[in-house]
Design a protein around this ligand. Structure first.
Ligand SMILES: *[C@@H]1O[C@H](CO)[C@@H](O)[C@H](O)[C@H]1NC(C)=O
Ligand SMILES: *[C@@H]1O[C@H](CO)[C@@H](O)[C@H](O)[C@H]1NC(C)=O
Ligand SMILES: *[C@@H]1O[C@H](CO)[C@@H](O)[C@H](O)[C@H]1NC(C)=O
Ligand SMILES: *[C@@H]1O[C@H](CO)[C@@H](O)[C@H](O)[C@H]1NC(C)=O
Ligand SMILES: *[C@@H]1O[C@H](CO)[C@@H](O)[C@H](O)[C@H]1NC(C)=O
Ligand SMILES: *[C@@H]1O[C@H](CO)[C@@H](O)[C@H](O)[C@H]1NC(C)=O
Ligand SMILES: *[C@@H]1O[C@H](CO)[C@@H](O)[C@H](O)[C@H]1NC(C)=O
Length: 400
């Protein structure tokens, strides 16, 4: 892969008056793996050729609304061998498209807690003076908010360093390599994947009373985007309009939409008490999952309103985004045990929080916070924090 191959197609605009291409762009410089589409239209019958034969993919021929013959050439997942000169010809002339497919070393980086990351553009072409811009979700990295000692350091040579990243930094980055071509500014987009194993963030505690609505939202990090499933007392929950539980989409994947992330049960009854688990998995790591549990207790009594201590935790999402080192996360752990949370080692050390939902007012009034905070139930010392080493370390199988 170190050998760079560079093939160029030259556009020659021939004299044909009625033949046209769209886009009118005649020179393409693109990265391996990208796609292009070019329409050629004429009053006459037209055909695409590459060299002396047809192109790799057969162009699609249609007739325009204005009655023109149109031939659409679509080249997907471009390879260097697709480089060359493409000609669209009719009886009067031709249009020529020059295609240059640049060799790119595929870049894939995996998130490791407490370790700086380096994303490389992987463009091996040195024939041009490239300038590089890094984006994530169309946002230049310079515009992505960071906290504390987190930082994006753009080395300017196609290398982006991420200092003190969190799992939420994972995702699809695009290296935009800009260059000048005959006085015109052009650019090549190169995808760079920054992977992270799934992580379900700890639940916030909540109360529910018989007859009320129970809503639990599962918040998830990781890239590629994980899938979420639910379990109650170890049994899979099947959602649906007619089902006992509704599973809905919510903005809980790094603030983006996540299918099935919200579990809702209207008019809770006693059978709804139990242990609910949200499990996040992705096809990239088939045997790995991240799990969080929450203990729901259904309270028959409606005595008083509960303003208990179980909602005192800070948002786990904030934790996930502000844990810049282990000191911070230790605090998080102790605050979560204050919040009636129990940590258990699950799925390679991801902690499980059980929170009292709708626990009897009786209990809360007498000794709030103590019900689940006994030493036996306290989070084990080895429980990793969000983004902690074990969260992605020991339990992560080797890639592939
Ligand atoms: C080519 O033509 C098709 C239909 O005529 C249209 O949908 C498509 O957007 C066109 N593509 C370009 C690159 O002009
Ligand atoms: C499209 O090409 C065919 C020949 O392949 C020709 O017979 C036809 O007239 C052309 N269509 C138009 C609108 O000119
Ligand atoms: C289709 O028809 C329009 C309208 O006449 C024309 O301008 C265009 O070049 C034709 N071809 C394509 C690919 O749109
Ligand atoms: C790149 O830019 C430098 C100075 O800006 C120039 O000397 C050099 O010739 C350029 N190289 C290419 C390949 O354009
Ligand atoms: C961690 O982040 C907080 C703010 O988010 C900051 O005050 C603190 O100094 C950071 N710690 C380190 C070691 O950078
Ligand atoms: C965490 O932050 C504190 C100060 O904010 C710093 O002294 C300590 O070295 C940091 N620990 C790690 C693992 O970065
Ligand atoms: C999650 O992973 C743990 C540990 O490998 C395993 O015991 C459990 O069955 C998995 N759960 C699901 C739903 O895949």
């Amino acid at each position: 892969m170190e050998k760079e191959t560079l093939i160029c197609f030259l556009l020659i605009i021939a004299a044909g008056e009625c033949i046209e291409i769209s886009p009118s762009q005649s020179v393409y410089t693109v990265a391996e793996g990208s796609h292009i589409q070019v329409n050629c239209s004429s009053k006459y019958s037209i055909s695409w050729t590459k060299g002396t034969g047809p192109p790799r993919t057969r162009p699609v021929a249609t007739v325009n609304s204005s009655g023109d013959n149109v031939s659409t050439l679509t080249l997907r997942y471009l390879e260097q061998s697709d480089s060359g000169t493409y000609r669209c010809t009719d009886q009067e002339g031709e249009r020529v498209v020059e295609l240059q497919v640049l060799s790119v070393r595929p870049q894939e980086v995996e998130f490791e807690p407490f370790k700086d990351a380096e994303l490389g553009c992987g463009l091996e072409d040195t024939s041009k003076n490239y300038t590089y811009i890094w984006t994530k979700g169309y946002l230049p990295v310079a515009d992505i908010p960071v906290q504390g000692n987190q930082a994006y350091v753009d080395h300017g040579n196609g290398l982006l360093e991420i200092k003190h990243p969190l799992r939420s930094f994972a995702g699809l980055y695009v290296c935009v390599a800009q260059f000048e071509d005959n006085g015109k500014q052009r650019s090549i987009d190169i995808d760079v994947k920054y992977y992270a194993t799934p992580q379900v963030l700890p639940f916030e505690s909540k109360d529910v009373v018989l007859g009320e609505t129970l809503t639990i939202e599962c918040r998830v990090l990781g890239y590629p985007k994980p899938r979420v499933t639910w379990y109650k007392d170890g049994e899979p929950i099947v959602g649906g309009d007619e089902a006992r539980y509704k599973l809905q989409t919510a903005n809980t994947y790094n603030g983006e939409q996540m299918e099935n992330a919200r579990l809702q049960r209207d008019s809770v009854d006693l059978d709804d008490g139990g242990k609910y688990a949200c499990v996040a998995k992705t096809d990239k790591w088939l045997t790995f999952n991240s799990t969080q549990e929450i203990l729901v207790r259904v309270n028959e009594a409606t005595v008083g309103t509960s303003t208990d201590s179980s909602n005192t935790r800070t948002s786990s999402e904030d934790e996930g985004d502000s844990d810049n080192n282990s000191t911070t996360t230790t605090d998080t752990e102790s605050s979560s045990s204050n919040a009636l949370a129990i940590g258990l080692g699950v799925a390679g050390g991801v902690c499980v929080f059980m929170a009292a939902v709708g626990a009897g007012v009786y209990f809360k009034e007498r000794r709030p916070g103590q019900l689940y905070a006994s030493p036996d139930n306290a989070p084990p010392a080895s429980v990793p924090p969000d983004n902690g080493p074990q969260a992605a370390g020991s339990a992560v199988p080797p890639q592939n």
